[in-house]
Design a protein. Structure first.
Length: 87
């Protein structure tokens, strides 16, 4: 599955880390948000990494810094387009 990824937001709290990214699956022509969560110290027995795919609309319906950063990214894409269209 060829994909294009763009980081949106990252949060770290001690050994725990969360990352969100905008993903475009070029085979399926599908946009989604990928959330990767790392828990615990990599040297410890409780260490884990989980990844989930979140529907874009579902992600944007929540509130938080990740949603704010994605909205900012999407707005910048449209601003670039508006400037390119101006005579």
């Amino acid at each position: 599955m060829p994909v294009l990824r763009r980081p949106i937001y990252q949060r770290s709290e001690g050994a725990d880390e969360d990352r969100w990214g905008l993903v475009f699956d070029t085979d399926a022509n599908r946009f989604f948000v990928e959330h990767e969560s790392k828990r615990g110290d990599m040297r410890g027995s409780g260490y884990s990494i989980k990844t989930e795919e979140i529907d874009l609309a579902a992600f944007l319906s929540e509130t938080g810094e990740g949603q704010h950063q994605l909205a900012k990214l999407l707005n910048s894409l449209f601003e670039e387009r508006k400037e390119a269209v101006r005579p």
